[in-house]
Design a protein around this ligand. Structure first.
Ligand code: SF4
Ligand code: SF4
Length: 297
């Protein structure tokens, strides 16, 4: 059983309780314009290109068996539709300008890495978090990985957008000790504009998880020009309260993903937009506190 994984981050302290290992899977149905992990969105292996390391030898053009590589203004352009992820171009690149995102990994291999930190999980009441992309985008792999982690009594969380086919969501969600459920907006039009998908499916899955008494931590990425106004906060607080939720985590916007857009040769919609910090969001947080929600960063 293999999954397409683009990162395994040890000693993670932001994706659930305690010290955790976060397994990042490729593939996401949303296209959030601020996404800090743009390499997570495609469900395929992707070739990245760092122009500053390129010695212009053009060896990659001649190596590619699919003619997926061209040049434009002294830059290497990779056609993702033609690329089959064979990595021949990466292997022969003398300047290390080419690299890749995403690697097929066996469940056993990922499990072995997760088990290396078992003492830290036990000591800190941590565990493993499946993230993405959409954590549920590779259901069979996730199911088997969770089964094996559970056999070692490891706390397992998943980060989900909630935009998941209900039959998949209802199969996977109950397997987890904690759902880190992204809530981005309560206004469907605004949600569609910036993420590319609408809200009803997400809201239906959240309601189902609440009805089934699953452990849920809703998390709101607070994004300028999207959901960062006090009116947006009020809409979100009302919605969470109505769902019967009692707590919410705020994730202030940051610029950590900017360089990745360059490497993927993609435009970045949030270029130059200032990062937010907890001290910028005290009034915003207060809106949730006033609704009786335990709101924290
Ligand atoms: S093989 Fe590497 S160094 Fe040569 S042109 Fe391609 S990307 Fe640049
Ligand atoms: S990974 Fe293979 S198919 Fe894709 S661009 Fe490189 S050589 Fe071509």
């Amino acid at each position: 059983m293999q999954g397409l994984v683009f990162n395994i981050q040890k000693f993670s302290i932001h994706d659930g309780p305690g010290i955790r290992t976060t397994v990042f899977l490729k593939g996401c149905p949303l296209r959030c314009q601020w996404c800090s992990n743009p390499e997570s969105q495609s469900g395929q292996v992707q070739i990245t290109y760092d122009a500053s390391q390129c010695v212009q030898c053009l060896g990659c053009l001649h190596t590619c068996p699919k003619e997926a590589i061209t040049t434009r203004q002294k830059r290497i352009i990779i056609n993702a539709q033609k690329c089959i992820g064979c990595l021949q171009c990466v292997q022969q690149c003398p300047g290390q300008a080419l690299s890749y995102e995403g690697k097929k990994r066996e469940v056993d291999e990922v499990l072995k890495i997760c088990l290396q930190d078992l003492p830290f999980y036990e000591e800190s009441k941590g565990g493993v978090t499946i993230s993405g992309g959409e954590g549920m985008s590779q259901p069979e792999f996730v199911m088997e990985l969770v089964r094996q982690l559970k056999a070692h009594h490891i706390h397992v969380a998943i980060e989900t957008t909630g935009y998941v086919e209900p039959s998949v969501f209802q199969t996977l969600a109950p397997l987890f000790d904690l759902l880190l459920f992204d809530i981005k907006h309560a206004d469907d039009k605004k949600h569609r504009e910036k993420t590319g998908v609408s809200l009803p499916l997400i809201q239906a899955n959240l309601a189902w998880a609440m009805d089934h008494h699953l452990s849920i931590l809703p998390r709101i990425p607070v994004i300028p020009d999207f959901n960062a106004s006090l009116e947006d906060a009020q809409l979100l607080a009302d919605y969470l309260k109505k769902q019967g939720l009692s707590r919410v985590q705020l994730l202030p916007f940051h610029q950590f993903g900017e360089k990745k857009y360059q490497l993927l040769n993609r435009p970045y919609a949030y270029q130059g937009i200032k990062a937010l910090y907890p001290e910028d969001l005290e009034d915003y947080r207060q809106v949730f506190l006033d609704q009786g929600l335990d709101c924290f960063f």
